[in-house]
Design a protein around this ligand. Structure first.
Ligand SMILES: Nc1ncnc2c1ncn2[C@@H]1O[C@H](COP(=O)(O)OP(=O)(O)OP(=O)(O)O)[C@@H](O)[C@H]1O
Ligand SMILES: [Mg+2]
Length: 451
């Protein structure tokens, strides 16, 4: 890894560190697994970050005015879906605001008016400049001290959404509908008056004096950067189904399916330290067999009414915009995982989930790769701050450390959330060109060793 790599902490060398390992050896800067014991650097966990998170991060001129093409060379399927959305907007089938949300979130449609995605523009996030909800504006005005979650980087929710999808895909959890950074412009988005006037002026110029109009780089409204998540059909809020299952318990085989999917949600949420996982922020799809009372129902009819031979349960972890904190939430604003109170959280982690994620999470090269992918993602934001990103990674590494221990010991999710929060920082001694890991605990508890 380069000396200037953002994945190396700005921490200085110390006489004391938990262990050091050799210089990068993998093509992507991964490190050799044969770590050698070194010295320990103690850092205070949960130390408040600097005040940058309270500053507006969005430099509008950088954030929105450039023309961006939505190219996804590695994912033609996703590119095709975004193309369909763009075509629909050209045909004036505009994204529609989701009214119940606390921010500007939009259902994006295709030319037939079918919902194909959920778009959340950066500058309409709960604390974004153009959030269309006046309640958030009022909160900012009247109660600035309580504004925002001080453990999160403000106004980077769209990256958190995409980061959650990245973690999900790398671990093969498949619970987050695919989410990527996309640029879209639409009449229905919240723009300020200047942007609207400029756009109208340019359009008028193009109509009246086409030669002048053709000089404009872009005619319409400026595209907004945001997260675009694929829309999943046939799902309902987890709350709804969990209540139904309480009253009418699932058959054991289906219940087991739910349990295995639930564990994947737990792994995702714990790693990204989601601070907003209520049971309304994950969805369940349940295709169940119906009693036809002996009446013949054709395959096509069965499909149309969602009837299946073997019941199938799927879950979708949506609304991941409030994750990747730069410090662990403190005790008075703990942002608990609401799933921890469900009966599913009182079942030890299964062999299936352990087999799926432990080999990856125990591999330092995998972790390094994940960190680099997250870096490539987060650095795209105009407000990106290397120090903050480093803190976000320190929390994530601590979460992974706890999770690995819980999985190895076949603990229950309920026990996992009770483990003392850890942060794990990296630092490289300048003269030794080595990296070292440092662990510290929120409350002073036993000292664990790295994997
Ligand atoms: N990918 C998706 N597929 C299907 N439905 C979705 C998807 N994403 C969101 N929804 C639906 O839209 C609703 C609002 O979405 P979401 O919670 O992500 O928005 P939000 O603006 O962040 O809201 P809030 O902050 O109030 O939770 C969800 O409750 C869900 O019903
Ligand atoms: Mg929500």
């Amino acid at each position: 890894m380069e000396e200037t790599s953002p994945l190396v902490s700005p921490l200085q060398d110390s006489t004391d560190c938990s262990f050091c390992h050799s210089e990068a050896s993998s093509p992507r800067g991964g490190f050799r697994a044969n770590a050698t014991p070194g010295s320990v650097v103690r850092v205070s966990a949960g130390s408040p970050g600097n005040d940058r998170e309270r500053q507006p991060l969005l430099d509008r001129s950088r954030g929105t005015s450039q023309y961006h093409r939505n190219e996804f060379p590695d994912d033609p399927e996703f590119r095709e879906i975004v193309r369909r959305a763009e075509k629909a907007i050209e045909e004036e089938i505009f994204p529609e605001r989701i009214y119940q949300g606390s921010s500007g979130s939009y259902f994006v449609k295709d030319s037939q008016g079918k919902i194909i995605g959920v778009f959340k523009p950066k500058n309409e996030e709960p604390y974004g400049q153009l959030n269309p909800k006046w309640t958030k504006w009022l909160q900012k005005l009247c109660c600035p001290c309580c504004f925002g979650r001080d453990c999160l980087v403000l106004n980077q929710g769209y990256l958190s959404e995409v980061g959650a999808s990245l973690v999900d895909q790398k671990l093969g959890l498949n619970v987050v509908p695919k989410t990527k950074v996309v640029y879209l412009a639409s009449e229905t988005f919240n723009y300020n008056a200047i942007d609207r006037v400029k756009s109208r002026g340019k359009r008028l110029a193009l109509e009246k004096v086409p030669k002048v109009g053709q000089c404009f780089h872009r005619i319409g409204l400026p595209p907004k950067v945001g997260s675009f998540q694929l829309f999943v059909e046939g799902y309902k809020d987890a709350d709804y189904w969990l209540r139904r299952f309480e009253a009418d318990p699932l058959p054991p085989k289906t219940n087991r399916q739910l349990q295995l999917k639930f564990e994947r949600l737990v792994v995702l949420d714990y790693i990204i330290r989601n601070t907003d996982r209520g049971n309304d922020n994950w969805l369940i799809k349940y295709d169940y067999p119906m009693d036809t009372g002996g009446i013949f129902v054709s395959k096509q009819q069965q499909h149309m009414i969602g009837m299946v031979k073997d019941p199938i349960i799927k879950i979708a972890a949506i609304d991941n915009g409030l994750a990747f904190p730069l410090k662990h939430p403190d005790s008075w604003r703990a942002y608990p995982f609401y799933w921890a109170w469900l009966p599913q959280a009182k079942v030890p982690f299964s062999q299936e989930i352990r087999d799926l994620v432990l080999p990856k999470l125990s591999d330092p090269n995998f972790i390094r790769d994940l960190e680099e992918d997250l870096y490539e993602l987060f650095k795209r934001d105009p407000g990106f701050d290397r120090g903050q990103f480093h803190k976000q990674l320190s929390v994530m590494r601590g979460q992974i450390l706890n999770l690995c221990q819980a999985l190895k010991e076949a603990k229950m999710p309920f026990q996992l959330v009770q483990m003392p929060p850890v942060i794990v920082e990296t630092a490289r001694a300048p003269q030794r060109a080595n990296e070292s890991y440092t662990q510290s605990f929120q409350s002073r508890k036993p000292f664990f060793t790295w994997w």
